[in-house]
Structures are given as C-alpha cells and as structure tokens.
Design a binder for this molecule. Structure first.
Ligand code: NAP
Length: 509
C-alpha cells in the first residue's frame, strides 16, 4: 500500500517530469499548455494559442489555448453534467476530496510558488505567502463543508412543520484577476465545491498557469471530471467568454474578482438570467494616521498594505491621510523603511519588489504620477521608472501636496506610489476617507481606544484594519460595499454565495 509520505510527495517526484523548462522539475510537472475541461487536457477548437510571458524579462514561459465562446459553452455543458452527480454527494465525501487537494497544494508548495513568480513577477517570498494563504481556503472550506446546516422554524400552526435546507446553486462561472493568480481562485472554487456546485474558471490572460496548475492537482486529488474546469483565453476573446458565462441558462451564478468597470459589465449581462452574483471589485483604500498613532506601527502597516505585490492589490493603501502635526515625522520614517526595498527578479533572494504586471498597467502608473506632478504634487522620493532593474519596474514613490482632484487620489493607482494628504481633525479625516464611490478596505492607526471604536464604525468600507495593515485570512469575511461589490468570500459567509435556501412546508400532520 502506498505510504502517506509517498502520497503527499511533490507531484514532480511521483509522476516524473513531463517537459523540461528552465523553472525546474518541481514546476515542470505543474506546467500545462492545455486547458482543463471535463477531466481532459484540451486545446481550443480553433487550434489558436497565446503566449504567457514573464513580466520580469518578457521571456515566453509557454503558450496556452486561446478559447472562445464555443469552447466555453462546452465547458459549461461539462460542468452542468457533472453537477447532476456532484450535487448529490455527501459533505463528507466533498470534504475528503478538498482535503486531498489541499494536501497536494501543500506538497507542491514550492513548484506552485515558483510558477506564480514566473508568470506574475512578485518576489518568491510573497508567492510562498500567497500559496499558504490560497491553500488555506481549500483547507477552510473542506472543514466548513460539513457544517452547512439547515433550520427548523417554530410553526405558527400545529399541523405544519417548517424546515429550511441549503442546496447548491448549480454551475458557477468564475472570472479572476492576475494579481493573486492562486488565492483568487481557491477562495471561490473551494467554497463552491464545498457547497456542492461545479465551476468553470477563466483566469486572467497574464496568469493562466497558476490556474492550470490548480487543475493538475484537483485532477490528482480525484475531484471528478467536470467539477472543476479551467479555460484560458486571450484578451481578444475575454469579452465573449464572459458573455457566455453571464448569459447561459446553465450557469446559476457568476463569481468575479477584478475591476469595478468589468464588474458592472458582468452585472448588466447577468440581468436576463437573474444570476447569483459575487463581485469582489476595486477599492481606493484610505490609510489614516492620527496624531495619537504609534508611528512606527503605522509605517510598518503602510509598508505591508502599500508595497506588497508592488502595490497591485485590491486592498492596497491608495490615499494616505496624515494628521498635520505628525506628517513630517511619518514621512521621514516611511522614507527610511522604503529605502530597504530591493527591486529585481523575484526569483532572487532578498528581492522585495518585482515588476509591474504589464505595459498598460505600467503606463497607467507613469501617467497618473505625471498628471499629479503637473497639478502641483511634490515628489519626496521616486516618481519615475527604474529601468536598470527592467522595463516594467517603477521606483517606490512618495508624493505630497496631493489633492482630491488628482486621478491617483480618486482611482486605484495599483503601483508602489504613496500619495499623502494632510488633515486637521478626525471629522475631516472621515469625510475625506468616505468621499469615494468604492468601499473595499480602509486602515487607520490610533492608540486612543475611543477613537478606534468611533472611526472603525464610521468608515464606509467592507473591511477595516485598526492598527493593522494585513487583514486577509480564510477565516475572515472579505468583501466590499458601494461599488466595491457584492457578497463575501472566506469565513462561513463564503458559502452563502453558492447555496440557495429551500423552504419546505410539511402540512396536515
Ligand atoms: P480586470 O480588467 O477587471 O480583469 C479581471 C478579470 O476579468 C480578468 O480575468 C480579465 O480577463 C477579465 N475581464 C476583462 N474584461 C472582461 C469582460 N468584458 N468580460 C469578462 N471578463 C473580463 O481587472 P484587473 O486589471 O485584472 O485587476 C485589477 C482590478 O481587480 C483592480 O481594480 C483590483 O482592485 C481588483 N481586485 C479586486 C479584488 C477583490 O477581492 N475585491 C481582488 C483582486 C483584484 P483578461 O485578463 O483576459 O483581460
């Protein structure tokens, strides 16, 4: 009998290397150039492919199928067929399969992390962190799966019994971004599978390989064919693929993580079939430093929430609001912390900031900083590309004299740029922070307990970090309000998006 250790050994040592890449054998076994549909690894019907490149040096890692509307329809059919069986499985069975998938993710941790850095660019230490975080959703939902309870209500009529049960909604279309190519998928797929749903996942054009690697391990874990499908498409076909997922009567729900702009398109497209919608959209996080704050802790939190993933995180600090009396001291300490950032190839030890994901995001950062300068913002440090590290590197930057009319203040910059605005009073800070159409995360630092309660309750965001810059966890309810989206991921609430409540009334008893 196969020992437990053999079962959990990295896939590379168990299955042998399929193809050699420069990334090493632990990556090679996870590296796929086909999409995963109905338990098979297939190309696009058209035969078309697109290249996946490393943002560090533009080198091609591999090519994957460029699927279109017809391909995704087949994947929806497969997910729908699989749902007819999967919906009837026991929670214990699904929990066991999720646990096997989690164990394989742990066993293949290093290969998954290297693949993630290769296609996304973030430093390997951050990729390892994302893997721990991403896998924790699979573990969490393998546990929550067995606790999907119903209710029996107190009937007002003696001859009736009233019962509510929770049932899976059906096939879920999932569209995910490039900034967390692993975790944005696991927190959707694990919850959906736990609830008894099946899914079709469409990862971002820039980062399909981490998604396909999760497919490799789902297959190896024994998750039945058609339960998890991963299709890949280039930006040329993204819109039509999204349309099929939103409009197909066979798809019960859409779970999307990405920009508010695309979230609104999907919302509109889903109207005709009244889909269940989970939308994790963009933010514009305020980071407030009160004069009562421990400034060292505030700097530490700002570094974590701003410079992780080179600022390309939906909960990244975007507007730093500092009380006038402490602004000079805060900037001095922040600048000193930023001096320690090392830009370069994420695969190398000691690197703490990788490249921006692609040219269009890079250009957007450059334009926003240029525009702010033109409107009177002052550069304390940075403020320009860092070409010596590579084409897509941007220097860690601090801007002061930032005003509310600047686009980098009103919209996410999604880059390593700290924009600082000062305020005089708590009321002013709250008014500034809440003056936004989006409401994902916010942060503030204060050592005054009364202020902590007051401000935390008044901030108009789905999540608040109080003396804390890193708030994400599988146990936490992640999500936004206003135009930052609908629904929550993680925590026990993460299952709500994937279940319907059925009311059963037993009469004439
Ligand atoms: P994006 O342009 O909205 O892309 C996200 C995903 O949507 C990608 O897979 C993309 O595919 C796809 N997509 C684009 N246009 C589409 C369409 N018309 N129909 C269907 N799918 C479409 O966002 P991004 O630039 O990748 O990511 C950055 C945004 O995501 C930021 O606003 C960030 O705040 C947000 N985000 C939010 C969370 C959260 O949990 N709230 C987490 C991470 C990121 P292609 O790659 O092929 O274009």
């Amino acid at each position: 009998m196969e020992s437990m250790l053999t079962k959990l050994a990295p896939a590379a040592t168990r299955l042998g290397v399929r193809r050699m890449s420069s990334l090493g054998p632990e990556v090679d076994v996870l590296l796929k150039d086909k999409a995963y549909v109905n338990g098979a690894w297939i190309g696009a019907a058209s035969g078309k492919t697109f290249q996946v490149t490393n943002p560090m040096n533009s080198q091609v890692i591999t090519s994957v199928p460029d699927m279109n509307a017809a391909d995704v329809s087949l994947a929806v059919d497969a997910a729908n067929d699989a749902f007819q069986t999967w919906r009837g499985t026991t929670a214990k069975y699904r929990s066991d399969l999720l646990r096997k998938w989690f164990n394989l993710c742990v066993a293949n941790h290093e290969g998954l992390a290297k693949l993630l850095t290769a296609e996304q660019g973030k430093p390997l230490a951050e990729s390892r962190g994302e893997l721990v975080y991403g896998s924790s959703y699979i573990e969490w939902f393998s546990e929550e799966c067995r606790r999907i309870y119903g209710e029996v209500a107190q009937s007002p009529v003696a001859s009736k019994e009233m019962m509510f049960i929770r049932q899976p909604i059906g096939v879920v279309g999932m569209i995910t971004p490039w900034n967390f190519p692993n975790a944005m998928i696991t927190r959707k797929v694990a919850a959906a599978l736990a609830a008894g749903c099946t899914c079709v996942v469409k990862p971002a054009e820039d980062t399909p390989l981490s998604a396909l690697a999760l497919g490799v391990l789902a297959e190896e874990a024994g998750i039945p064919a058609g339960v998890v499908n991963v299709i890949t498409s280039s930006r040329q076909h993204t819109a039509e693929v999204g349309k099929v997922l939103c409009e197909s009567p066979k798809v019960a729900g859409i779970s999307f993580t990405g920009s508010t702009k695309v979230g609104k398109i999907l919302y509109r497209q889903s109207a005709n079939t009244i889909k269940r919608l989970g939308l994790e959209l963009g933010g514009n996080a305020a980071f407030i430093v009160f004069d009562s704050a421990n400034l060292d802790l505030a700097v530490q939190g700002c570094m974590a929430s701003k410079f992780r993933n080179a600022g390309q995180t939906c909960v990244s600090t975007n507007r730093v609001l500092v009380q006038e009396s402490v602004v000079e001291e805060f900037i001095g300490k922040l600048k000193a912390a930023m001096d320690n950032l090392v830009l370069g190839d994420g695969m190398k030890d000691g690197v703490s900031q990788g490249p921006i994901i692609n040219k269009s995001q890079f250009d957007k950062i450059c334009e926003m900083v240029q525009e702010a300068r033109g409107q009177g913002a002052e550069i304390v440090v940075g403020g320009e590309p860092h070409k010596s590290a590579g084409e897509l590197f941007y220097k860690p930057t601090i801007l002061t004299n930032v005003t509310e009319s600047m686009s980098l203040y009103r919209e996410e910059i999604f880059g390593p740029v700290v924009s600082i605005k000062t305020f005089k009073t708590e009321e002013e800070a709250l008014a500034l922070a809440n003056d936004s159409r989006v409401g994902l995360a916010s942060y503030f630092y204060s050592e005054n307990i009364s202020q902590c309660f007051r401000v935390a309750k008044k901030l108009e965001t789905g999540m608040v970090g109080i003396n804390e810059g890193a708030i994400s966890a599988a146990e936490a309810a992640f999500g936004g309000i206003k135009e930052s989206g609908l629904g929550r991921e993680g925590s026990s609430h993460g299952l709500d998006e994937y279940t319907n409540i059925k009311y059963m009334c037993f009469g004439n008893l």
